[in-house]
Ligand binder design. Structure first.
Ligand code: R5P
Length: 298
């Protein structure tokens, strides 16, 4: 154990204990679980261990984020009252990052305000593949605090290289370009990304890159899949262009509603994801990535 972690614990909520236990084991530090009580009217009461070490690593994946944000705003100051001098948020999935500008007059820039709330509560925020598009760095999202943005793209690249012989990795939009290139690097794989036009939550057009996929294995890759419409639109076109196989690899498997079925109907064979968001498609763990970053974070 490093000296920085010698007086630390992982603090987690009861619905994330499996991931939290793996993280605590990787760091060789104790795991404590937050006890939650929900009142009949929906309010929540939290109970933390009565004495906490100086460094608390609070794990909270922010898929289905709304109630969790309130819990975090209670848990962080509560931990400080109980002995923590430094509270780090580990959010393998960081929500509210996509609304990073006002696309129409009057729209609230969620990224800025959720980031400010987190900066108020935590000393550091560590996450994986946050959707940073117009904002350069995670430090800009959590002003005056340490932000650490890790990428699962190399891990997904290694997984893809093991599963598929000589695939081309395709990203559906400009934003995915960074991840597909990172995944392809080191494995000698070809990577390309397209462009996307989003008209609504479930209304997306994808313009694929000019790459010959006839008879080739293709892996579609993105940071996050939610409704699956983006990847399904890309997969349908790849099928029309004669791709030999189409698989999907994403960091964050939100996959709401019938998203997985939509992908298969569009011609996708296999779907793989990291465990940054728990899902049946999880194949690649980000725990070692987070543990390494936490050992380095000072
Ligand atoms: C946004 O640009 C992201 O990178 C994803 O492409 C997007 O969130 C996917 O959403 P959906 O699965 O609902 O199309």
């Amino acid at each position: 154990m490093t000296s920085e972690l010698s007086a630390a614990c992982v603090l987690a909520f009861d619905d994330e204990t499996a991931f939290a236990a793996r993280l605590a084991a990787a760091l060789e530090i104790p795991l404590h679980v937050v006890d939650r009580h929900r009142f009949p009217d929906g309010e929540v009461k939290l109970r933390l261990p009565s004495a906490l070490p100086p460094r608390v690593i609070l794990l909270r994946g922010l898929h289905h984020p709304n109630e969790k944000l309130v819990e975090l705003l209670l848990a962080a100051p509560g931990a400080r009252e109980l002995g923590a001098r430094e509270v780090t948020l580990v959010a393998p999935y960081l929500a509210y990052m996509r609304q990073d500008m006002a696309f129409a007059p009057g729209e609230v820039v969620s990224q800025r305000h959720v980031g400010a709330l987190l900066a108020q509560a935590f000393d550091a925020v560590i996450t994986v593949d946050p959707h940073l598009h117009r904002v350069r760095s995670i430090d800009d999202v959590v002003p005056q605090r340490r932000g650490v943005a890790l990428s699962a793209a190399p891990l997904l690249g290694a997984w893809i290289a093991q599963q598929v012989a000589a695939p081309v990795i395709v990203g559906p939009d400009e934003e995915s370009d960074q991840w597909v290139r990172e995944a392809a690097r080191g494995h000698g794989l070809e990577a390309a990304s397209g462009r996307k036009l989003r008209r609504g939550d479930c209304d997306v057009s994808v313009m694929l890159p000019d790459v010959d996929v006839q008879g080739r294995a293709v892996v579609l890759m993105d940071d996050v899949a939610s409704t699956g419409h983006t990847l399904a639109a890309a997969a349908s076109q790849l099928r029309e262009r004669g791709a030999a196989s189409i698989d999907v690899a994403v960091t964050h498997a939100l996959f709401v509603g019938d998203a997985i079925e939509r992908l298969h109907q569009a011609g996708v064979l296999r779907v793989w994801s990291t465990d940054a968001v728990p899902h049946e498609t999880n194949r690649v763990s980000v725990v070692p990535l987070l543990a390494t970053a936490l050992r380095r974070d000072r």
